[in-house]
Design a protein around this ligand. Structure first.
Ligand SMILES: Cc1cc2nc3c(=O)[nH]c(=O)nc-3n(C[C@H](O)[C@H](O)[C@H](O)COP(=O)(O)OP(=O)(O)OC[C@H]3O[C@@H](n4cnc5c(N)ncnc54)[C@H](O)[C@@H]3O)c2cc1C
Length: 366
């Protein structure tokens, strides 16, 4: 075997999860190769592009340390800063909340994460699709084989390591979105109800235009296609469409184990999306930092890789549990007819709804 094909760590996928694993593992002395099927990484766009500001992240995930060190979003990756979120029921009458959000240029955001990992010493192999992993071998399309002591699956919701070596399934919601030209105000909007059964719809204004889309649970959709729901929701907004995209989001939260022997999962591959609000980018990076640091300690000091799961649980366990619970309650609620749902979105329930969206306990028992 060619020496350059052997590494301490191979990371499958160079998205927010994989590039963050690579950044922290390499910064702490590991020899890391990231293999990604795309070139350039991050294209084509598959995202609504909203992340909470660092201050908002501190409120959302209070047990996660050093947010400013983790999230160093460069100015050119920020399209607009928003200070308000509207939660909109089918009536169209929003509940308004203070919310500091960054609407990203997601492609530039992911490029910056690749640069950060490279500055710390990680190497990238792009345009190389990983077909399968067996033992300590990662086999890419065309037959080239790479080996590593630790192999990380950060390939998103279709990650090959997860697919072949884990048998737990995740609920995935299919998503469609567009970039639309025009002026859409300041507030980011999340819409809940029959316009996006079992999921939600969004309108996130950018410096120019907006990112507009929705995701549904197919079991809620009464035979109507995602295309139809998307067409109907998007047609409420006025403007020329400059881009159309689609994807899929794991919405049942984290899976039971992230580590099997010398294999690890992180990001969407491990279900690291907060189901009550769809946040995946920042959560993948939180998981990525913990995984990268743990791998480096494993290689230098023999720390067990399972320590990654314990550290994740200490930092994110409570937030994820609350978010899963809110999603389950929401899924029941959103089966209600529109008129009842409209009644449940009111001044009295406003605080509870915000607690659910921001992953806090809604009531003392729930
Ligand atoms: C339409 C849509 C809208 C979204 N909107 C938001 C939002 O507004 N805010 C938010 O926080 N989150 C949003 N998300 C979720 C967010 O995009 C993900 O949670 C986040 O990207 C997860 O990062 P990741 O690194 O785990 O996976 P990804 O970003 O999916 O990266 C995976 C990488 O692995 C590579 N890869 C996959 N398979 C292979 C293979 N076999 N071989 C080699 N490389 C491979 C891919 O090319 C990709 O670069 C959205 C998701 C979708 C689909």
């Amino acid at each position: 075997m060619n020496e350059s094909n052997h590494h301490d760590v191979i990371v499958i996928g160079g998205g927010p999860a994989g590039s963050t694993v690579a950044r922290y593992a390499a910064a702490n002395g590991a020899d890391v190769l990231v293999i990604d099927g795309r070139d350039p990484i991050g294209t084509p766009l598959q995202c609504g592009e909203l992340v909470p500001s660092n201050d908002e992240m501190r409120r959302l995930c209070p047990n996660v340390p050093d947010m400013d060190e983790l999230f160093r979003t460069p100015e050119d990756a920020i399209s607009r800063r928003s200070t308000e979120m509207h939660i909109v029921p089918p009536s169209g009458k929003p509940l308004k909340f203070d919310f500091e959000g960054l609407v990203l240029n997601r492609v530039a955001h992911d490029e910056a994460l690749v640069e950060l990992a490279e500055e710390n010493g990680a190497k990238y192999l792009v345009d190389s699709h990983v077909e399968r992993v067996t033992g300590n071998q990662v086999i890419v399309r065309g037959g080239d084989t790479y080996t590593a002591k630790v192999i990380v699956g950060a390939g998103g919701h279709n990650d090959p390591l997860r697919r072949d070596h884990w048998d737990e399934s995740s609920l995935k919601i299919p998503v469609k979105f567009v970039l639309m030209d025009g002026d859409f105000g300041e507030a980011v909007e999340l819409h809940f109800g029959s316009m996006a059964p079992g999921g939600y719809a969004w309108m996130f204004p950018k410096s120019s235009g907006a990112n507009i889309g929705l995701g549904i649970q197919r079991s809620f959709s009464k035979g109507i296609s995602l295309n139809q729901y998307a067409k109907e929701f998007i047609s409420k907004y006025d403007g020329d469409i400059s881009f159309r995209g689609a994807g899929s989001l794991p919405m049942s939260g984290t899976i039971r184990t992230f580590v099997k022997g010398n294999y690890m999962l992180v990001g969407d591959a491990a279900g690291m999306v907060l189901p009550s609000n769809g946040a995946g980018i920042t959560i993948a990076m939180i998981g990525g930092r913990i995984a990268g640091q743990t791998i480096a300690q494993h290689l230098s000091e023999g720390t067990a890789l399972e320590e990654y799961e314990h550290r994740w649980d200490r930092q994110m366990g409570k937030v994820m549990r609350n978010s899963k619970r809110a999603f389950r309650v929401g899924s029941l609620l959103f089966r209600l007819p529109n008129w009842m749902l409209n009644l449940t979105f009111n001044r009295l329930t406003k605080g509870i709804i915000w607690r659910a969206v921001t992953c806090r306990r809604m009531f003392w028992i729930l």
